[in-house]
Design a protein around this ligand. Structure first.
Ligand code: GTP
Ligand code: SPV
Ligand code: MN
Length: 602
């Protein structure tokens, strides 16, 4: 292969050159493609996937520059059971992560990767997480045999030559990825290659590298996202004194023109994208989007917590997205987007459950089969996703690519809880807020393979994404609050859009109506005296939440804010049991908060 000549023209970074040569030797592809990140390259990669049958182009009149594809039915979500944090010591991965000795894991993986790209092209993708040239950004280089990943990384990151330039002589995060399906001579490829036997999503936090094998889907395969920007970045953040979080970032402007920024952590498929680009049902309140999934935050010299969105696109849950629930997402995906595991209409547009009240009469389902509304199955997979450039969202914040980031006034945690936790509450202080984050639990959604609907603890919405011991992670949060006390330290809130009434229906209309809750949060951050003290935190005073024009029964309102001491005492017992898994890594700040909550409930 004559790629070596191209390689030295492409970069002068000697350890990068060396690493790529090693990966080529290991994976033995037929070809090597060094990505330049141009639009022409993107178009040619997409055109090649159309020819190979992976992509179906969508109707140019309805959705220009866009493609439909469906995955293998065994490759539809993140695989948490197959996700590993391979720190040298098991205790450093902690009780919430899968762990294996890094040397053993590497040995096993090198076996799998050996010759795994035979018959395929190895693509090299340099990418920047964060705006190009921001001191907060990080550069990764992904080697992959999946053109779907190349096309997706073009949308989700700043990739190609510009990222190489930003890298300069610095260190990069090596990200090795293969779908794990070598092709023998003459063997015909399938439209979504993935390994049916081996899937491994592996992180080496000490050497800050990633190896992912066997899956081509989302967070398993687009290694800049969960692997680098959360698992590896959380480790870097711990060491350097900043935070990598599973959070949206939004700007909120009041009718008086005052603006504040908030970041919010909800578990996967629990409402980040929807809140990040919310169309307010409250007149005069304007929401603008900085990011919908990941926030990197650090305190500046003035003591403000500043956040950047490391991503350049959205990989959002399609089902439930409509012009009613999230018009700004619908506008963002009007063109230049990839749709995976949604349904395809007869005229080559897309559809999913919740997009319209009645489905089209005939569709191709996410399985690639004919589908009619009489079918008992869903036309789109519940974790079907769109991949769209952030800049196409009409409500992107003017500062969304500001290398300095935006100043955060409030942090919000939330999960799917059908009972117990109220619509909104505010923590008494930073330590109590960290405790609220640590206490987060939520129902499992289709974003990960597993038991959907089951309640589980998901501290800070980071259970699947924290690259080190979660007990140390709690301590890191507590520590940052101690180091940066004062009026600029963000206030911390907890919300629950998903509480259900005795009829089993959501009590709260959600979506655009969530603006009412954010308005109260905005006022609290400004210091308005409109909260009542309860044992679990501060909740809105009677009439402090703006319900104007909203039809909500007195009973529903009552239930949304009901704090039942007996339920909360059970919650305390459950949390005590849960926190005990962290043993000596659980900071005393968390135990103290739990005891204080217990005594307030007496
Ligand atoms: P990830 O991309 O997996 O991290 O998820 P996310 O947190 O961005 O979730 P997203 O906003 O895509 O929401 C996922 C699901 O929750 C969709 O089916 C939405 O329709 C639903 N949802 C979002 N906001 C609300 C809300 O306020 N109320 C209710 N009832 N459902 C909501
Ligand atoms: C999530 O699961 O939280 C996602 C989707 O945002 S994925 O990128 O597949 O992890
Ligand atoms: Mn996510």
């Amino acid at each position: 292969m004559r790629f070596n000549e191209d390689l030295i023209k492409w970069t002068k970074h000697s350890s990068l050159i060396h690493w790529i040569q090693e990966m080529v030797k290991l994976c033995r592809p037929d070809q090597v493609h060094l990505c330049d990140g141009s639009q022409e390259e993107h178009e040619s990669v997409c055109a090649q996937m159309v020819r190979s049958g992976t992509f179906i182009p969508l109707n140019e009149q309805k959705r220009p520059g866009s493609f439909w594809c469906h995955s293998d039915p065994n490759d539809v979500a993140r695989v948490e059971d197959a996700t590993f944090i391979c720190s040298k010591r098991k205790e450093d991965a902690g009780p919430t992560n899968n762990w294996k000795d890094p040397e053993e894991m590497k040995k096993m993986l090198l076996g799998l990767f050996s010759g795994c790209m035979r018959g395929r092209t190895l693509y090299v993708i340099p990418f920047s997480m964060g705006p190009l040239g921001s001191p907060s950004s990080r550069i990764g280089v992904q080697v992959t045999d999946s053109p779907y990943v190349v096309a997706s990384m073009y949308i989700m990151t700043r990739m190609g030559r510009s990222a190489l330039k930003a890298l300069g002589e610095e260190n990069f995060v090596p990200c090795l990825h293969s779908v794990g399906v070598p092709l023998e001579p003459g063997q015909k490829d399938v439209s979504w290659p993935c390994s049916s036997t081996h899937k491994y999503i592996v992180h080496f936090p000490e050497e800050r590298s990633i190896m992912s094998y066997g899956s081509g889907y989302g967070g398993n395969a687009l290694l800049g996202k969960k692997c680098l920007a959360l698992r590896i970045a959380s480790v870097i953040g711990r060491d350097e004194g900043w935070l990598a979080e599973h959070m949206l970032i939004l700007g909120l402007t009041s009718p008086q023109g005052e603006k504040k920024y908030f970041a919010a952590a909800f578990p996967s498929a629990c409402g980040k994208t929807n809140l990040a680009m919310l169309k307010s049902e409250l007149p005069g309140w304007k929401f603008e989007c900085v990011g919908d999934d990941i926030a990197w935050m650090r305190f500046d010299q003035d003591g403000s917590l500043r956040a950047i969105n490391p991503e350049a696109g959205f990989f959002g849950v399609a089902p439930g997205t409509s012009f009613k629930s999230n018009p700004n997402a619908m506008l963002a995906i009007a063109k230049n987007s990839i749709f995976t595991n949604v349904a395809l209409t007869l005229d080559h547009d897309v559809w999913w459950e919740g997009m319209t009240d009645t489905p089209p009469a005939q569709l191709t389902s996410w399985l690639g089969k004919p589908w009619t509304p009489n079918d008992q199955t869903k036309a789109a997979h519940p974790n079907a996703r769109f991949t769209a450039p952030a800049k196409q969202c009409p409500v992107m914040d003017p500062a969304w690519e500001d290398p300095k980031g935006v100043p955060i006034s409030g942090l919000i945690f939330g999960g799917r809880r059908s009972s117990v936790t109220p619509l909104v509450c505010e923590s008494f202080n930073w330590e109590h807020g960290v405790f609220l984050g640590a206490s987060l639990s939520s129902e499992i959604t289709a974003a990960a393979a597993g038991e959907i609907g089951k309640q589980r603890h998901d501290p800070f919405a980071m259970l699947p994404f924290c690259g080190y011991n979660m007990g140390d992670y709690f301590a890191h949060w507590l520590e940052l609050g101690k180091k940066h006390p004062g009026p600029k330290l963000p206030k911390i809130f907890y919300v629950n859009w998903f509480r259900k009434g005795t009829d089993g229906k959501f009590l709260w209309p959600g979506f655009g109506e969530n603006a009412r809750v954010l308005k109260w949060i905005f006022e609290r951050v400004k210091g308005q005296d409109n909260a009542d003290v309860t044992p679990i935190g501060l909740i809105p005073k009677k009439d402090a939440l703006d319900f104007s024009g909203l039809k909500l029964s007195q009973e529903a309102l009552q239930e949304l804010f009901d704090v039942k001491p007996e339920e909360w005492r059970k919650e305390v017992e459950d949390l005590r049991k849960y926190f005990s898994i962290f043993k000596d890594r659980l900071p005393s700040g968390i135990t103290d908060q739990l005891s204080q909550l217990e005594s307030r409930l007496k």
